[in-house]
Design a protein around this ligand. Sequence first.
Ligand SMILES: Nc1nc2c(ncn2[C@@H]2O[C@H](COP(=O)(O)OP(=O)(O)OP(=O)(O)O)[C@@H](O)[C@H]2O)c(=O)[nH]1
Ligand SMILES: [Mg+2]
Ligand SMILES: [Zn+2]
Length: 327
Amino acid sequence: MDVDNHTRGSTKDENTYLEGTVVSSTGSWYEVMSGERVIPSKVRGKFRLSGEGVTNPVAVGDVVTIRLAPDDTGLMTEIHPRKNRLSRRAAGRKVGQEHVIAANVDKAWLIQSVRLPKINPGLVDRFLVIAGSFEIPAGIVFNKMDLMQEADRDAVEYLRDLYTSIGYEVLPMSAITGEGVDEFRKALIGQTSVLSGPSGVGKSTLLNAIEPGLNLTTAEVSEQTQKARHTTTSVTLHPLTGGGFVIDTPGIREFGIVDLEPDELDYYFVEFRPYLSECHYPNCSHDHEPGCAVAAAVEEGKINEERYYSYLNILASLRLGEKDVGR
Ligand SMILES: Nc1nc2c(ncn2[C@@H]2O[C@H](COP(=O)(O)OP(=O)(O)OP(=O)(O)O)[C@@H](O)[C@H]2O)c(=O)[nH]1
Ligand SMILES: [Mg+2]
Ligand SMILES: [Zn+2]
């Protein structure tokens, strides 16, 4: 969309302004897609300042206005209001700050693989809490179904049934054999989806299968260490032929939770919701109180026990300010 000759303040200037979407971010440069063009752009200093406590005030998916310089690079002059964002707690040097994974997304998919590396239910639960707390519908992919061995079958089916039974879409898939890929492609059409998950689960390989021509770089996971190499290094938004956009992200080791108080956690274990108002104490944390309806539902087998332990783990971590995660 061309927005020429904007009026800034009271002086009309002769600059060219374009509106576009941030499609990738690498350090201090961003790529902004505007119509058919992709324009390398920088951020104004004041946006960096306005994002106190946030590692990246501008994220992939943001709609921005840029002023075009004579050398065809852009300077972002405005970040448009977001519909939503998906964030995690930053690791490393900026530990504790909010790190925005992507902005303006309709759906968040957690990619797991049945082997190399294997499914990590604790991580699934954290991801579901994070997506829920940002009000983004979440789905789960179990990739590398072709590697499933007889010994894995029960565990994989159990987890599939568990997450399906509490209302999440679970798609078994193989980027290599193509199983489930058409279904996933259909699920992505017409909206903006973000794919997240540990390194090596096959996020980029799946996107290459969904959208031939993307040619995203992928790399093998070591059989011995089960460690992948963090092949994808930047968040990138790709248009889909069938309509919509998909965002590939670098592998994440831990999903640290931001912006959530311990007493808010229970709501994001969605299957607890029917019981939350039944506890004896209105501020019940469901970890020790008498007359707890959640604990009773666990006893009666109405709430899955492992999900309950997962809740207790995350609760303990939130009480410690998530200090043990996201390092
Ligand atoms: N057998 C099998 N291998 C797969 C499948 N999907 C991906 N792989 C392999 O898994 C390895 C890792 O795939 P990537 O796509 O690079 O993984 P990623 O999730 O993008 O990893 P990062 O970019 O590091 O986060 C590659 O060797 C892929 O060929 C699958 O369905 N089955
Ligand atoms: Mg990748
Ligand atoms: Zn309770």
